[in-house]
Ligand binder design. Structure first.
Ligand code: SAH
Length: 264
């Protein structure tokens, strides 16, 4: 069989540790009515084990042409393979709800993938849960809480729309080729109730402005966003001498609402 070397540019580190693969698949509690979406199936290690659980349907998005062809040969009609970039796939093509997503994500675009999903209006309708492998350092940023030095944009955006739980850590030796970083698997479940924001890009913008100057007191970013910073800080009961990491996600949502009232 023709082979190709794993492509660094596509973040190809294939999970080879069968034990870890079993644990990940079991965490999904797949039942026979579940529709699954796998991101970056690669050589199909995870895919194969998911299929053992006999889900109703399995979609898989793989960008690599060569691997997509191999996967088609290997699984034939058992999977719905989409040979495309996950970042450009429109979720509307999944004509079903409550999808369970698995992915040993390509690390170079893992946060872009997550943010793309968070932006979706009907995230909680389309997706039931996500079981995703991140670079450990990124997972820590996602789950960090207020006052933690890893707390920031990603923690706030994620907690706006999802409940997050750490499932397990995976050592570099569980992959081929062996990555330079450690990995962490997270479970993310879309919230049904969440703070009303008109446009998620505004929350992205606000958290950008604040955390670009992570060490500065928040009076500085506040001045960039609002004319009357006194009024805003009083209304939201925030201390302008605090640092960005001291504000809870809720304060950022409230700031976003004030910002949207101003400009839209
Ligand atoms: N899930 C497999 C492979 C993980 S490596 C396993 O655990 O063994 C990441 C996979 O994502 C690779 O197969 C890579 O080709 C694919 N990939 C990288 N960028 C992608 C993109 N933009 N869209 C879809 N798949 C991508």
């Amino acid at each position: 069989m023709k082979k190709q070397h794993p492509k660094k540019s596509l973040g190809q580190n294939f999970l080879t540790d069968q034990n870890i693969i079993d644990i990940i698949v079991n965490k999904g509690n797949i039942n026979q009515n579940d529709v699954i979406l796998e991101i970056g199936p690669g050589t199909g290690n995870l895919t194969e084990k998911i299929l053992f659980q006999k889900p109703l349907r399995l979609y898989a998005i793989e960008k690599d042409k060569f691997l997509a062809k191999k996967l088609r040969e290997k699984f034939n009609k058992k999977i719905n393979l989409i040979n495309d970039d996950v970042l450009s796939v429109d979720e509307k093509i999944f004509s079903c709800n409550s999808i369970v997503v698995f992915g040993n994500l390509p690390y170079n675009i893992s946060t872009q993938i997550l943010v793309k999903w968070i932006r979706l209006n009907n995230l909680n309708k389309i997706f039931k849960k996500f079981i995703l492998m991140f670079q450990k350092e990124v997972a820590e940023r996602i789950i960090a809480s207020t006052n933690n030095k890893k707390y920031g944009r990603l923690s706030i955006l994620t907690s706006w729309k999802m409940n997050v739980k750490k499932l397990l850590e995976v050592s570099p030796g569980s992959f081929y080729p062996i990555p330079k970083v450690k990995s962490t698997v997270l479970l993310l479940e879309p919230k049904n109730e969440f703070f009303k924001i008109k446009n998620p890009k505004n929350l992205e913008h606000i958290t950008n402005v604040f955390f670009n100057q992570r060490r500065k007191m928040i009076k500085h970013p506040l001045k960039i966003l609002f004319k009357n910073t006194d009024k805003i800080s009083k209304k939201l009961n925030i201390n302008i001498n605090d640092r960005p990491q001291n504000l809870s996600p809720l304060k950022y949502f409230e700031l976003c609402k004030e910002y949207e009232n101003l400009t839209f």
